[in-house]
Design a binder for this molecule. Sequence first.
Ligand SMILES: C[S@@+](CC[C@H](N)C(=O)[O-])C[C@H]1O[C@@H](n2cnc3c(N)ncnc32)[C@H](O)[C@@H]1O
Length: 227
Amino acid sequence: MVDLIDGLKKCGIPESAAEPLAVKMEAYIKEIILFNSAYNLTNTSDRDELVVRHIFDSLAAWPKIMSLVECSRSDCDETTTVTLADIGSGGGLPGIPLAAAFTCAGIENVRFELVERMEKRCAFLENCAAILGLKNVTVINSEAERIDPEAYDLITFRAFRPLDKKMTKTLLRIVKAGGKLCAYKAKAASIKEEMNGITALVPEYEVFPLAVPGLEDSERNLVVITK
Ligand SMILES: C[S@@+](CC[C@H](N)C(=O)[O-])C[C@H]1O[C@@H](n2cnc3c(N)ncnc32)[C@H](O)[C@@H]1O
């Protein structure tokens, strides 16, 4: 059985947050397994695969996302609320593990909106946020295209849609000026190809390699685009 606490620490979750976060993630996995066949949330219902491919994969980016959140508090004032959105959140990945990590690390004034167009997946997300006690989460049943402009400081998305011109414009429209788009992606070569198609909209971007415990043989990267 994959050791959840050990993997969370390897992801960079602070020592004191790893245990309470592991409790929340086990509860989240139970919910995914319970509703997976009805809502088609993830490609597996195996506990260990869910831990590695979904929980650790989401949280390997936590230290980078945490540092971007801190940078976005322009006045360095911890009472300023930072708003993140997880677009095309599906079963809540990476939004729910990230929101739970902020909660367990005791980091306040960071809010998450899980944006998902399918109503039944939103019902699942509402249920998970309640069960896990995530007061920093709001579920938004909407298409990304219908979100107000400049709504978010930071946007995450994983296994969402290719970054073509249309989707890039949509995402850039809903992030604030100076805000960040954080895309969970796989191979650097495929990222280059994808980004070559949108150079007019995104002339510069950064790629941060992610070390996912248990996925050492798979290349994972976080692509960060600044508006
Ligand atoms: C392949 S799933 C990925 C879910 C999750 N991010 C993950 O990594 O497991 C993509 C999700 O994006 C949602 N979606 C697709 N287009 C969307 C849009 N324009 N606005 C909001 N949600 C969208 C779909 O309903 C689906 O739940």
